[in-house]
Design a protein around this ligand. Sequence first.
Ligand code: GAR
Length: 203
Amino acid sequence: MKGDIAKIAVLVSGGGTNLQALIDAQEMGIISDGKICLVVSNNRDAFALTRAKNAGIDSAVVCKKDCADQSDFENKIIELLDKNGIDVIVLAGFMSILSEDFTSRYPKRIINVHPSLIPSFCGKGFYGLKVHEEALKKGVKVTGATVHFVNEIPDGGEIIMQKAVDVLPDDTPEVLQKRVMQEAEWIILPMSVQKVCKNLVNA
Ligand code: GAR
């Protein structure tokens, strides 16, 4: 793809603050070798869809409950990705585990952000606020975020970037979640996306 720009799809489920960080990074030129062309949500009510609309980015909704099974759900997403010529897929708060059938189609092309320092507090069942609840329960003094490639093992793919964040004495899960987003996720996700896109377009 030398000389090209990587076409990015962002998969979301909720508030979309990581999507916003990507949109802002694109506007600021932090992401220069990729362009966000499509947002796919598995939740019709996700505020992330409003963020996409405000940024003039095409979006689509694929709900699991409207699909026959997991493979139907994934095939509908694949169809959208193919139709839009997508090169890189970013899972930005996408709360659905993708099967090996899906992940093996896009080796080193799917990127996920996880709100802990993998291998702590990760894998099946660890998502969103739950990750921070478990970190506080354990009493860790440092947590953070990880951006990694997605393979068939939940949160098990190759790590691209990590950033540590202090846990403070009076933290609640909500307060800690916000600090991890502000000090880590919103910084390392755009940087990682640019890194992956840059490598792709120079390959
Ligand atoms: C983020 O903290 C993201 O790291 C986490 O969900 C939140 C989504 O927020 N993702 C996971 O836990 C995936 N295992 P956002 O919708 O505002 O970006």
